[in-house]
Design a protein. Structure first.
Length: 278
């Protein structure tokens, strides 16, 4: 089950009023949106990239006329808003990265703790982690492990993968885990890097933030929850490049309190930035 992080902080950050409309660009199962709906009589546009999660969310909110759900990527935000004519947007929320459901239930290889196909895609089309591991050059693998996994032994790990795949293709999470047995400590970072590359996560975030600014009303709020330093760097760069258009509510990002981390350990690396459109 996906547990939404920084719930109290998100609601305080969005500060929903009675008839305001919001976009939840990473809807998942609507945990954050449910809280927003309690504070407003307005509508929510929920965007969910994963078809399986989308179907579950659609069923969960089928009787709620105030929720409009779209199965798409937030990289198409502006196009989606225009297509369904969703107006007067007071706030937009991005809770980027994967959900707990992807780890616990998807069976797509998001974790090295389960023996699953090495897929890692949020949607059906795209280059899977299996394809990346078996077709990328040593330099390409080293780059993603360094850039997206911040892995110091990136070259050594890339070399180990190339050597192993000459024998036979690496098709499952456990097969990759066995290849990296000498570098077991690096597995979380390697899996993270493969997932980010497969789903073009940083690229898509970079593309969508300017779109969010366009569709947001003046005085509206843009909230981004990130879990990776690369994501947070993109948000900081976006703030720097748009100083004349947005104002950060806090100089430093908001992080979970110890109590939340105890209850939901996966929240520990979360950072929330709140931006107000001028």
């Amino acid at each position: 089950m996906h547990i939404p992080v920084l719930k109290k902080e998100v609601i305080e950050g969005l500060n929903p009023k009675e008839d305001e409309n919001f976009i939840d660009a990473t809807f998942h199962m609507g945990g954050h949106s449910q809280l927003i709906l309690e504070k407003t009589k307005g509508k929510i546009l929920g965007i969910e990239i994963d078809e399986d999660i989308f179907k579950k969310a659609k069923e969960k909110f089928k009787d709620n006329k105030r929720v409009v759900l779209i199965n798409d990527s937030y990289v198409n935000l502006e196009e989606i808003v225009e297509e369904i004519d969703f107006k007067n947007v007071n706030g937009i929320l991005f809770d980027v990265g994967m959900s707990s459901w992807h780890i616990d239930e998807s069976k797509r290889g998001f974790t090295f703790k389960k023996d699953e196909p090495l897929n890692m895609l949020f949607k059906k089309e795209g280059m899977s982690a299996e394809e990346i591991v078996n077709t990328y050059t040593k330099d390409e693998l080293e780059r993603i492990f360094k850039d997206y996994g911040e892995e110091k032994k990136a070259r050594k790990i890339a070399e180990a993968i190339l050597k192993a795949r000459k024998e036979k293709p690496i098709k499952t999470t456990f097969e990759l885990r066995n290849v990296l047995a000498q570098n077991y400590h690096a597995l979380p970072r390697i899996f993270q890097a493969l997932r980010i590359e497969a789903n073009k996560e940083l690229e898509n975030l970079r593309k969508t933030l300017p779109q969010a600014l366009k569709v947001l009303k003046s005085g509206g709020r843009l909230l981004v929850i990130s879990f990776h330093s690369g994501e947070d760097r993109i948000v900081k760069q976006f703030i720097k490049e748009n100083k004349d258009k947005i104002e950060p509510l806090n100089k430093k990002p908001i992080v979970p309190e110890m109590e939340e981390i105890k209850q939901n350990p996966r929240s520990r690396s979360a950072k929330l930035r709140i931006l107000i459109k001028k």
